[in-house]
Design a protein around this ligand. Structure first.
Ligand code: 5AD
Ligand code: SF4
Length: 443
């Protein structure tokens, strides 16, 4: 069949970084759908390539430029191919991206991607387009009329964006801007829409999600209040949220962990360091002891909760003793999972002015920290063997007849059984703990 003008153009999006970028990429794909673009999973047959980027650490930002370099040949072979950079690198670097990589046609920040359609029109007409504003209109409202397609059983939903905490190492307050909460009614409407389309589990997203304070019908709502409203949606089985700051773990949220059945027993609560000296220099405004006391209160409300965290090693002027304090905190808390990073200098942040720790020393500390966390995580998984958990199945596994889903503790669980469909929530007895996942049998 001959190609006609109505053949859809193809959009390839590559997403880096956090879950909020995953959510944003979905919204961008929907916005581009209105412009006649359909998604493709290969850059080779794309008419437009969009990199949704992350600026949190130096490596993440540099990846963008090396990836762009790789698209050079594609663009040479197909001059009509458009290349766009979205996300936090776009926000932080703006025009600089086009200076370093002139083949980039479009640069769009995280707060302006609802303007993508008009930007793409400009680009299609041969112009370049840059937009890294922090506009006053609500991008989520502009994008709300999305197609009613069926969805996988788990979904992200952004409820809050930006951050006012200004940790000394972090670019988020600069790239994502000030802390803003979406109004509760819009979040509930989006959640109901997701559930109508087959979603069983919603993860509420925000850079500082537990600081949520959105307009509700009867005044300002906390995250806990929002969770209780979501709890009333029939068909929604599970609620999660990420990422939280220790100072915003309010009493009502801790209590909800004990009393709200749909709120899953998993909490990602970054601490970054266990040294009070370093925490102070990080501008974290909590201490190691106050964090440990907080974890104890959360465990009193929900004894089986799985705690996850983030750690930075080699923050400027971190001594061996400071690092040992971090190791002690990890032993005191007992993590089920954690993400740990070597400190990475981010230009423009206060910590960028401070003397660096020797890179080899920092790498060695990171290795030791990760070994301890891995031991703890494996321990938690091994203790699951023999227990019954609820698994929300998501997709077929690698072996024939196998399905994979997540337990309430966010462990991946494999089950060999006929007739399980994505979206099914079933009771499973854990029979085996592997390095990265559990195996079990239907009860
Ligand atoms: N260097 C290393 N890790 C960082 N993070 C944020 N900024 C930096 C940085 N400059 C880590 C923190 C944060 C996670 C998302 O990324 O641990 O919680
Ligand atoms: Fe960055 Fe999180 Fe600190 Fe905000 S609270 S500045 S997002 S590390």
């Amino acid at each position: 069949m001959a190609e006609t003008k109505t053949d859809p153009k193809k959009l390839f999006i590559r997403t880096y970084g956090c879950q909020m970028n995953v959510y944003d990429s979905e919204r961008m794909a929907e916005a581009m759908g209105g412009q006649g673009y359909v998604e493709t999973d290969s850059p080779d047959d794309a008419d437009m390539i969009l990199l949704n980027t992350c600026h949190i650490r130096e490596k993440a930002a540099e990846k963008v430029y090396s990836e762009l370099g790789r698209f050079k040949d594609l663009k040479a072979a197909k001059p009509d191919l458009k290349i766009g950079v979205a996300g936090c690198v776009a926000q932080a670097e703006g025009e600089e991206i086009m200076r370093r990589q002139p083949m980039v046609d479009l640069v769009v920040g995280p707060q302006t991607y609802h303007r993508l359609p008009e930007m793409v029109t400009r680009v299609d007409n041969g112009a370049k387009a840059i937009d890294t504003d922090f506009p006053s209109e609500d991008k989520f409202e502009v994008l709300k009329n999305r197609p009613k397609a069926r969805r996988p059983p788990t979904a992200f939903l952004t409820v809050q964006e930006g951050c006012d905490k200004f940790c000394a190492f972090c670019v988020v307050p600069y790239t994502r801007g000030a802390e803003v909460s979406r109004p509760a009614d819009r979040i509930l409407r989006e959640a109901r829409d997701l559930v109508e389309r087959g979603v069983k589990e919603i993860t509420l997203l925000g850079q500082n999600v537990n600081a949520y304070h959105g307009d509700g019908p009867d005044g300002t709502w906390s995250l806990a209040r929002l969770i209780w409203a979501l709890d009333e949606i029939d068909g929604l089985e599970r609620i999660r949220f990420t990422t939280s700051h220790p100072n915003d773990m309010t009493d009502d949220l801790i209590e909800a962990h004990g009393t709200c059945d749909k709120l899953m027993p998993y909490l990602h609560l970054p601490v970054q360091s266990g040294s009070d000296k370093i925490l102070k220099r990080m501008n974290r405004s909590h201490t190691a002891a106050s964090y440990i006391a907080l974890i104890e209160r959360i465990r009193a409300a929900r004894p089986d909760i799985l705690i996850s965290g983030d750690f930075i090693v080699g923050f400027p002027e971190e001594t061996d003793a400071d690092f040992e304090d971090t190791m002690s905190l990890i032993r005191a808390v007992g993590y089920g999972q954690a993400f740990s990073f070597k400190y990475s200098t981010r230009p423009g942040t206060p910590a960028a002015e401070r003397p660096l720790v020797d890179s080899a020393v920092a790498s060695d500390r990171l290795q030791r920290l990760q070994a301890l966390i891995n031991d703890q995580a494996r321990d938690v998984m091994e203790r699951m063997v023999g227990r019954e958990v609820d698994v929300l199945f998501e997709k077929p596994g690698r072996l024939a007849g196998q399905m994979v889903g997540k337990s309430e503790y966010l462990h991946a669980v494999h089950v060999q059984a006929e007739g399980i469909m994505p979206g099914d929530l079933r009771r499973v007895r854990i029979t085996e703990a592997g390095p990265n996942s559990l195996a079990g049998a239907l009860v």
